[in-house]
Write a protein of this length. Sequence first.
Length: 413
Amino acid sequence: MHDLVVVGAGPYGLSVAAHAAAAGLDVRVFGRAMASWRDHMPAGMYLKSEPWASDLSAPGEGTSFAAYAAAHGLRAEHGRPLPIGAFTRYGLWFADRLPVPVEDRTVTAVLPRAPGFRLETADGGTVDARAVAMAPGVMPFVHLPGALRDLPLGLASHSSDHRDLARFRDRDVVVLGAGQAALETAALLAEEGARPVLIARAGAIRWNTLPLPLRRSPLSTLRAPHSGLGTGWSSWAWSRLPGAVRLLPAQARTHIARTALGPAGAWWLRERVEGVVPVRLGLRVVRAVPDGDAARLRIDLAPTEGAGVCESAEADHVIAATGFEPDLRRLRVLDASLRETLRTVRGTASPDLTAAFASSHPGLFFAGLLTAPVFGPSMRFVYGASFAAPRLVAGVRAHLAATEPRPRALAAR
């Protein structure tokens, strides 16, 4: 029986594995390394975070993005956007340097089996572990607006469904959303020769400003400190104090997780959208239906603040860049006896966790998006892995120590 099995091999799963291996645990890692980044993001995208805030986490030195960039002749500079491809290759480089292999196997079930868990894999295998760290990434939590869910296949999709947007050349595409994913998807569509239109519930598009220099006067730094999540005191707090966020009342935490660092476009994207992509704001989709026998659809819209259809749009396809919704119920890989009995954060479908990322079921830990209602918005970003991974592994070690079988003489005494 292994000490720990990590389910998921994205930035959080790989970081947990690095810390677990360094701690001497018998650990195995299952999943396709950097799968979301390799398979679910269009070529040509960039990270919104700064290169120095995009590190995976491992004890010691030599595994940062800066180290990777230096070894491969890449530029990693503040204020210079980082291509998705470069970050993906960094993650794969990080995975190759782990002291344990990343096994490209799909876990299909996590079941409670005393004194720990049994995991079943798609290839028919089984693995037993005393502890499990769930790091599933974001793909189980894709959020598609209800009005789109009954459309025939081929008319509607989520932004994470596309690796190549060239197939939409010469087609009318509606993009839903006002955040980075929506804005960059719309820009890339236009650059691929499609005819995108952006529709958003928001009344205005928010744009981040050009980042301030890292080296500034003490007064300027005091007024607006840098952090891994952006500039300003609120961003500094969410990035540096996830443990303090956990101590807030549940209602405050869920509000912070839902609203902090809300939808906005990167400063370097603005000129690729404004004057290029038509934008219709303050509208919500109330109905989307196929337009007769043609491979097109009609989207009925209503004011965000109001009722009744006020206008409509026609398109060959609609892409919902509407984010991800952390919901434990969607994590079907967890056996129902676990999924339905875990204690959750009040008002959410996310697991309630200890300071060591441990759930209410002994030995079951979580990392990544599902933990945002506990630790705040940093868990939605790669940057949060540096906080989560070492604390989660410390929690696993404490669990293993507490459940270690006692020597027979000591038990008898």
